[in-house]
Design a protein around this ligand. Structure first.
Ligand SMILES: Nc1ccn([C@@H]2O[C@H](COP(=O)(O)OP(=O)(O)OP(=O)(O)O)[C@@H](O)[C@H]2O)c(=O)n1
Ligand SMILES: C[C@](O)(CO)[C@H](O)COP(=O)(O)O
Length: 232
């Protein structure tokens, strides 16, 4: 099983959370959201280093957080960009060689180390691998306030992170996207844009992205559930 590096984009604004600040600092069970996420990689023996992508004005706060919670694997604090894609690209640029690199949202605190292990095994086979879950709801295409059509659900997945690649391939994909002005909402879409194969493994429905206010309630519930798992 290979070691890997991880780029954690945490340079957003958290607008949909409606708190007026970066949601990475919001507390879940008295601990900042981002710290929950980083602890997974701090604990995973296969994780060699963490590249943390942050807002320029939050660098000092982020460094203080790493000290307070003994997150020792952060090798770089990189300033992000306007879009998530820009931030990830800035994070990838500080890495070298051609290691396996995972890209994982700072806002997804509930990824399990076992799923990461399966993802790393999958990327070694196909060159690119992502985590997702089959959608549970009916999905419809909507135009304005009218339903245009129902999308066939059997082949629809809700895509999560981590997303795993070999560094040279994903860097090439980002550089091509910049040259051609392509913006994707995830990194795998940049590989797809270059007609590269991407495999998928099933994660957990609890590996959700903390995005809107009610997600904080779900997050508190997951934390309590996992505390119970550890005690039993
Ligand atoms: N320019 C950006 C935008 C997003 N992100 C990060 O990418 C992840 C997924 O983005 P999202 O959930 O959309 O976070 P925000 O952009 O902060 O949220 P919003 O869209 O509600 O402002 C988050 O960890 C976020 O910090 C980033 O590093 N740089
Ligand atoms: C990368 C991602 O988490 C996969 O679902 C998602 O696309 C991020 O979207 P966001 O709008 O930047 O949160």
């Amino acid at each position: 099983m290979k070691n890997y590096h991880v780029v954690i984009p945490a340079a957003g604004q958290g607008k949909r959370m409606k708190t007026g600040r970066n949601k990475q600092f919001l507390l879940i069970d008295h601990i900042p959201l981002l710290v929950h996420t980083l602890r997974v990689f701090e604990e995973d023996l296969l994780c060699s280093e963490i590249v943390l992508v942050v807002n320029q004005e939050e660098i000092a706060m982020m460094k203080d957080l790493m000290k307070e919670y003994s997150i020792a694997k952060v090798s770089h604090f990189v300033v992000g960009g306007k879009e998530r894609q820009n931030s990830v690209h800035e994070g990838l640029k500080v890495l070298s060689g051609n290691p396996v690199v995972l890209i994982h949202d700072g806002a997804r605190p509930f990824i399990r180390i076992q799923v990461i292990k399966e993802l790393v095994a999958s990327v070694e086979e196909t060159g690119a691998a992502i985590v997702g879950v089959p959608v549970k709801d009916t999905i419809k295409q909507v135009n304005g306030t009218l339903v245009a059509k129902t999308v066939e659900r059997n082949h629809l997945w809700s895509i999560q992170t981590p997303q795993a690649f070999y560094l040279k391939n994903i860097l090439q994909a980002h550089e091509t996207a910049v040259k051609q002005g392509y913006i994707g909402t995830d990194d795998a879409s940049l590989m797809e844009y270059m007609n590269q194969p991407v495999s998928i493994i099933e994660g957990g429905y609890d590996n959700f992205k903390v995005t809107t206010p009610e997600d904080l309630l779900f997050a508190e519930a997951i934390i309590q559930k996992r505390k119970g798992e550890k005690e039993s």
